[in-house]
Design a protein around this ligand. Structure first.
Ligand SMILES: [Zn+2]
Length: 340
């Protein structure tokens, strides 16, 4: 089969579109013909070099496609069925996995990170990861969903415990996680403030339901939030930007507010004034992906049309380098997809 692999870490030039042998599915696996795989910022980190990545390596976390072959031990799936793949790897038999806390499993990793991903034509998936998709969702839309929507759901619902009527600040409203978080917060009837780098992106974020938009290049986030909330601050901040916005994010919280973070796109090192943390009774929550139950829950809303996928652009898998370059420019609103 064709696959996009890296044999060394580095820039987009290390991505190689090449022939490799087909995967040999186990009897408890489903073989899937990959029709679409979406890119995430994780792909860029893995390509540049992360510990635990064994070379050569296939990138790509979010797979949608068609079932080609069903392992002997599996019932309930048939050849030709349209599915997506839960973008996570877990052991399935430790106490955390059996408690439904797959993202706390010691073997937990994201597909395409410490295990091979979906930037290829065929993928062998454990049956627990294979989820049928409705006809109304095309493969590009389906591939755009899993990682960012389960991440945003875990942050807002699982960790921050979002409640109707709260005010939520979503950093980076044009990113995949931002687009998911805006919609999930609106599903809970929250007031949503978001940030983006230009007016075109802010307009698209408003179209998704954001009530207020802040241009983070032209406006000071905490000042605008103070105006919007009559100096009170927000209940929840959804962070994934990191160093560039951390201080502003902390300043935007109301007393006993929660800052939940799942990323550090602009850098991992920040400072915290402990006096603010304890005196204002703030909650800092670290989030990594989510659980299988949360993925099924958020997909239920997507399949019912209460949340919607946003695809920015597609590339043939053979143009994987161009797709990475496009993602790195941050010009998109929504997900970038490759098609094998
Ligand atoms: Zn486990």
């Amino acid at each position: 089969m064709k696959a996009a692999r890296i044999h060394q870490f580095g820039g987009p030039e290390v991505l190689s579109y090449e022939d490799i042998s087909d995967p040999q599915p186990r009897k408890d696996q489903v073989l899937i013909r990959v029709k679409a795989c979406s890119l995430n910022h994780l792909d860029l980190w893995v390509r540049k070099g992360l510990p635990g990545v064994k070379l050569p390596h296939i990138l790509g976390s979010d797979i949608a496609g068609e079932v080609v072959e069903v392992g002997e031990y599996i019932t309930g799936f048939k050849s030709g069925q349209r599915v997506l793949v839960a973008p996570m790897h877990f052991c399935g038999h430790c106490t955390k996995c059996l408690a439904g806390l797959q993202n706390q499993c010691r073997e937990f990793t994201v597909l395409g990170n410490a295990v091979d991903g979906g930037d290829c034509e065929l993928f062998a998936a454990p049956v627990a990861n294979v989820i049928p998709i409705p006809d109304a969702l095309d493969f590009n839309q389906a591939a755009s969903v899993p990682l960012v929507f389960v991440t945003a759901w875990h942050m807002l619902v699982g960790l921050a415990g979002v409640r109707p009527g709260q005010t939520v600040l979503v950093l980076g409203g044009s990113s995949g996680v931002g687009i998911a978080a805006i919609q999930i917060a609106k599903l809970f009837h929250c007031r949503v403030i978001t940030t983006a780098g230009n007016e075109v992106k802010l307009e698209k974020a408003r179209a998704l339901g954001a009530d207020f938009g802040i241009d983070h290049y032209k406006q000071k986030i905490s000042e605008e939030v103070r105006k919007i909330t009559s100096k009170e601050g927000v209940d929840i901040v959804v962070e994934h930007v990191g160093a560039a916005t951390w201080d502003e994010s902390m300043r935007c919280l109301k007393t006993a507010g929660s800052l939940v973070t799942c990323g550090a796109t602009t850098g991992p090192n920040v400072s915290i004034d402990l006096r603010h943390l304890f005196a204002r009774q703030l909650r800092l929550l670290g989030s990594y992906m989510g659980t299988m139950a949360e993925l099924h829950e958020v997909l239920g809303h997507l399949f019912a049309g209460r949340l919607r996928p946003v695809v920015d652009r597609t590339f043939p898998l053979s143009e994987i380098r161009a797709a990475h370059e496009y993602l790195e420019k941050s010009a998109m609103f929504g997900k970038v997809i490759v098609n094998p």
